[in-house]
Design a protein. Structure first.
Length: 455
C-alpha cells in the first residue's frame, strides 16, 4: 500500500469511526432541517471553489459549518454528529462525481468531516462566553478546523501530485486568514438564525460571495504576474534558447538553497521570480555576442557587461518587479565586496543565493565558449571561492541539497545538448562566468565574464 493510499484509508476509517460512535452514543434528536440546509450550502460553496496552482482549492464552505455549530451549540453529541454530516457534504463535488472519482469524493468528505467535528468539539467545550472570551472561543474553534484540515490536505495533495510540501504550503497559506474571517462571519450568522429564525441564513450568501470574489481577484493578479514573467522568459528564449533554459535551472537551484536555508514561503516566491528574471537584461545584448564561440573583444565585452544595467532598468519599470531588482542584480551578489548601501539584508542574501545558483549552472552546462565541467569540479570551485566571491552558507546549502537529492549535473549529465554553430572547446573554470575565477594573466578581452558579470 502506498503512502498516499495509507493516508486516505486512515482519514476515511477515522471519519467513519467518529460518525458511528456519534450515531450510537445517546444524543438529542438531530435537527435534520438545519443539517439539510447547511449540507446544501456547503455543497454549493465547494462547487464554486477557487482552484489553486497546486490543485488545492479554497471555498467559503467553512462559514456554513460554523453557522451550523452556532445554531446547534449546547446540544452535545447532536452538535458533533450534525457537524460531521455537514462537513461530509463538502465531498459532493460535481466534477469528481462525473469523472467517477468516488475515492477522491469519499476522501475529501472524510477530511472535511473530521475538521468540522474538531471545530465543533472545541466550540462545545469552551462555549457560553461573551465579549472577548466569546471571540477567543471562535478563534479556538476556527484554529481547530484549520489545524485538522491543513494537516490532512497538505500531505495528501503533495503525495497525489508529486509536489514538495513547501510548494503546496505556499499556496495553502494564502487561505489561512480566510479561516478566521469565515469562522467569525459564520458564527455571527448562526447566532442571528437563533434570534430571528432561518431567514437569516440568506445572509450567508453575501460574505460567501464577497470571500470568493476577493480570493479570485487575488489569484487573478498573481496569475497575471506569473504570466508577465513567463512572457519575458519566452522573449529571452526566442532570442537565445540557451539563456531561457539557464534561467529555469538557476531558479531551481536557487529554490534548493532557499529551502535548505529555511526561507519563508514569501521569500521563496520572491527568490524564484528574481532568479527567473536575473538575465532579462540579455534582451538588450546582440545574439551574435551571446553565442559567440571565440574571444570577445574589449568593445564586445563592454556591451555584454552592460546587460546587468539593462536588466535593472527593465525591472524598475514594472511595478511588481521592482523588488526583484536587488536580488537579480550583480551589485549585491559578491560576498565580500558587494554594494550594501541601505539594501535589506534579506535581499542581499537572496542576491547571493542567485549568484551561487548562476555560477553553478554556468560551470555545469555547455556554453558557446566552453564545454560543461564535471559537478565535482564545480563544487570545488564554489568552495574555493566561498568567503570571498560567494556566501559560504549558500555554497554549502546548494551542495547539500543536490547531494541529498542524489542528482548529478555537468559533463555527461546534461539533459539536452544545445546546438552550437561551432563545437565549444574544453577549457577550465576561467570562462565559467565566475569573475575572479578567471585566470589572472588573461586580458579582459579573453574572458567572457569578469568581476562577477554574467554571460
Amino acid at each position: 500500500m502506498t503512502e498516499l493510499r495509507r493516508l486516505e484509508v486512515g482519514a476515511v476509517a477515522t471519519a467513519a469511526a467518529v460518525l458511528v460512535a456519534l450515531a450510537v452514543l445517546p444524543h438529542e434528536p438531530v435537527q435534520w432541517g438545519w443539517v439539510v440546509i447547511f449540507c446544501l450550502i456547503v455543497a454549493l460553496a465547494e462547487n464554486s471553489s477557487v482552484l489553486l496552482p497546486t490543485a488545492t482549492s479554497v471555498s467559503p464552505s467553512f462559514m456554513a459549518v460554523m453557522a451550523c455549530i452556532a445554531i446547534l451549540d449546547g446540544n452535545g453529541h447532536e452538535l458533533l454528529l450534525s457537524s460531521a454530516v455537514v462537513g461530509a457534504a463538502s465531498g459532493v463535488y460535481i466534477e469528481h462525481l462525473r469523472a467517477r472519482r468516488f475515492g477522491l469524493v469519499i476522501d475529501n468528505a472524510a477530511q472535511f468531516s473530521l475538521a468540522s467535528v474538531a471545530s465543533a468539539a472545541v466550540f462545545e467545550m469552551v462555549s457560553g462566553r461573551d465579549g472577548v472570551e466569546g471571540l477567543m472561543v471562535a478563534v479556538l474553534a476556527t484554529g481547530a478546523f484549520a489545524l485538522v484540515n491543513v494537516g490532512l490536505v497538505l500531505p495528501n495533495v503533495a503525495l497525489r501530485h508529486g509536489q514538495p510540501l513547501r510548494s503546496v504550503w505556499r499556496d495553502m497559506r494564502l487561505a489561512l486568514p480566510n479561516y478566521l474571517a469565515f469562522g467569525l462571519l459564520g458564527l455571527f450568522v448562526g447566532l442571528l438564525c437563533v434570534r430571528v429564525g432561518s431567514v437569516a441564513v440568506v445572509l450567508l450568501a453575501v460574505p460567501m460571495g464577497i470571500g470568493r470574489w476577493t480570493f479570485s481577484s487575488f489569484l487573478r493578479t498573481r496569475e497575471a504576474h506569473e504570466a508577465t514573467i513567463r512572457l519575458f522568459i519566452r522573449l529571452i528564449e526566442a532570442k537565445d534558447p540557451y539563456t531561457a533554459g539557464h534561467t529555469e535551472r538557476v531558479s531551481t537551484y536557487a529554490l534548493y538553497v532557499g529551502e535548505e536555508l529555511e526561507l519563508s514561503p514569501e521569500r521563496l516566491d520572491h527568490l524564484r521570480h528574481s532568479a527567473l528574471m536575473h538575465d532579462v537584461g540579455k534582451l538588450a545584448v546582440p545574439t551574435s555576442l551571446l553565442n559567440k564561440p571565440g574571444r570577445l573583444t574589449s568593445a564586445e565585452y563592454e556591451i555584454v557587461r552592460r546587460h546587468n544595467e539593462a536588466g535593472l532598468d527593465i525591472l524598475s519599470r514594472v511595478d511588481f518587479m521592482k523588488g526583484m531588482a536587488v536580488t537579480a542584480s550583480d551589485r549585491h551578489s559578491h560576498y565580500d565586496t558587494g554594494v550594501r548601501s541601505r539594501v535589506s539584508g534579506q535581499l542581499v542574501l537572496e542576491a547571493q543565493i542567485v549568484a551561487v545558483a548562476d555560477a553553478f549552472d554556468a560551470m555545469t552546462s555547455t556554453r558557446s565558449y566552453r564545454r560543461a565541467l564535471d559537478q565535482d569540479v564545480a563544487f570545488a570551485e564554489l568552495r574555493d571561492n566561498a568567503g570571498t566571491q560567494f556566501n559560504p552558507q549558500c555554497v554549502e546549502a546548494l551542495i547539500a541539497a543536490v547531494e541529498r537529492r542524489g542528482e548529478r549535473y555537468g559533463r555527461g549529465y546534461e539533459p539536452e545538448a544545445h546546438p552550437f554553430a561551432v563545437t565549444p572547446p574544453e577549457v577550465g573554470v576561467g570562462s565559467a562566468g565566475l569573475g575572479n575565477l578567471a585566470d589572472e594573466d588573461r586580458a579582459p578581452a579573453d574572458v567572457h565574464a569578469a568581476n562577477g558579470e554574467r554571460r
